[in-house]
Each structure stands twice: as C-alpha cells, then as structure tokens.
Ligand binder design. Structure first.
Ligand code: FPP
Length: 271
C-alpha cells in the first residue's frame, strides 16, 4: 500500500546504466540514452500524477564533458529534441521546467531551447522538473562561494549574515526545498558529486535496475521503501510524529496494483 499523504515532495534521481543496458543488448550506447528518455517521460508524468512537487534528474554531469565527443553531441541532440517535444506535455500538465548546473557550457542551440522552455513554463505550478545539466556538486558550492565573495566585496553582505540559510540561497537550487528521496539506478552505490549540500538529510534508495528499464513499478517500489523509513533529522523517535514512520493499521492507502491500473495508458513513444 502506498500512503498518498506520505509521498516525498521532492525526488532526485541519478539516471545511471544507459550504456550497460545497451551493451547487454549489443546496441550502441546512444540506444541506451534513447530508451532512457522513455523512462524520463514516464517518470515525469507519473510523478506529476502522484502529486510529487519537484523532480530533479541528473542528466549530464561536469565529468560527462570528458566522454567521447560523438556521445556528447548525441546527448545534446537528444536533450534538445526532448525539450522541443515535451513542451506540450509540460504545459498540459502545468509542469515548470528549470535547470541547475553550468548550463552556459552547453551548445548555444540547446541553451536557447532551455531558456525558451524555462520561460514558457515559468508560471506552471503543479510540479517543477529540474534537469541537472553540466552539473557538479562541488562546482556548485565553489560557484556559490565565488558569488558570495563578490557580494561581500560590494558590501552587499557581511560575515555576520553567513549561516546555512544564506549559503543555500547562493546554490543553483536556491528556493527549491532539499530532496526527500534520492534514487540511483544501475547498482552503483555512490552520490557521484550530485547535490552534495542538498542531500544532507535525504533518504537514499539504490536499485540494480538500469535506467532504461526503470518505469512506474520501479518508482512505486522506491516510494514504498521510502514510506518505511523513519526520518529523524537528528532527533529521537518520540520527537518525530509524522511521515516516515510506518502507517497505522487502517490509515488511508492505495495499493500499488490499483495505482498502476488507474494510471495505465502512458503511451510509449520512440526517440
Ligand atoms: C548514465 O548512463 C546516463 C547519462 C550520463 C545521461 C542520462 C541521459 C539520459 C537519460 C538521456 C537524456 C536525458 C534527457 C533528460 C533528455 P551511462 O551512460 O553512464 O551508463 P553506464 O554507466 O552504463 O555506461
């Protein structure tokens, strides 16, 4: 049973294993990325239907710039096409699109597309989709410190103002609340420079499933696992009387089977 009142507000995902998925099938790596986009589409619309408020997807890391040039350009092409094709879905579903990362490093046509989708979806309020692009957690913190130092020099802030709240305002994520749940696919059990500051109290979930195979059922299993966790934020059990603690008998819930039946009909589209 999934408890609709205890869903994570913000889910972050490291979408890993596209290359291995393709290799297993003797396909080129790009085939894995293409299939991975189908998982992206499915998880985005499913999250929206479930009422999740924010979904952050790690789509391209700072380290990914070191991949072979053809793979980078194929990924950029897929990203541009994804944004072009998904704008309609984002508008229909009232999804706001944002990015985090050093996006100025992306090719200009991709950057233009990002700016355009960000602008067009700016007023959408039902869910925020955040793509981490050209993103690295350490770079994010260094960028934050650089901006703070500039503002310090300009006497806009003083040392006594500095606390965790102020610091977090200089991160790419700014007003986005920290993730409640972070999922990583493909069996790797690492954070890999993803949201280093923001994951401080996030529940972590690792699955062996490769990203191109990660679909609604797998997502629900992650949510179920999350609902069995007790989130204490450094307190003791008696102090935390809310979500995370397993539900009492008879409290409202929807079975996974039922949810999947209700939500049938997400069409598959080839990329
Ligand atoms: C990890 O698989 C995945 C990536 C580096 C990129 C993720 C990109 C997509 C899902 C497609 C583009 C995304 C959007 C939102 C348009 P990997 O290549 O590292 O796999 P491996 O570890 O098995 O080699």
């Amino acid at each position: 049973m999934i408890d609709p009142h205890n869903l994570p507000k913000h889910v972050a995902i490291i979408m890993d294993g596209n290359g291995r998925w393709a290799a297993q099938k003797n396909l080129p790596r790009i085939a894995g990325h293409r299939r991975g986009i189908q998982s992206v589409r499915e998880i985005v619309t499913f999250s929206r239907k479930l009422g999740i408020e924010a979904l952050t997807l790690f789509a391209f890391s700072n380290e990914n710039w070191n991949r072979p040039a053809p793979e980078i350009s194929q990924l950029m092409m897929l990203l541009e096409r994804y944004l072009k094709q998904e704008l309609k879905t984002m508008m229909e579903n009232e999804i706001r699109f944002r990015t985090i990362g050093q996006i100025e490093r992306l090719p200009s046509s991709v950057l233009r597309m990002i700016r355009s989708v960000e602008e067009k979806t700016e007023k959408n309020k039902r869910m925020t989709l955040i793509l981490a692009l050209s993103y690295g957690g350490r770079a994010e913190m260094v960028d934050a410190v650089r901006r703070m130092m500039e503002e310090f020099q300009e006497e806009k802030i003083s040392i006594k103002d500095l606390d965790e709240t102020l610091f977090s305002r200089y991160l790419y994520t700014q007003e986005i609340p920290d993730p409640d749940l972070m999922i990583r696919t493909s069996g790797e059990v690492r954070i890999s420079n993803f949201l280093l500051w923001q994951l401080a109290y996030t529940e972590l979930y690792f699955t062996k499933t490769f990203w191109p195979d990660f679909r609604r059922k797998d997502f629900l299993l992650a949510l179920l696992d999350y609902q069995g966790r007790e989130r204490r934020f450094g307190l003791v059990t008696e102090q935390v009387s809310h979500p995370g603690i397993p539900r009492k008998e008879g409290s409202p819930g929807t079975s996974v089977k039922r949810l999947l039946e209700d939500l049938q009909g997400g069409e598959e589209r080839e990329f």
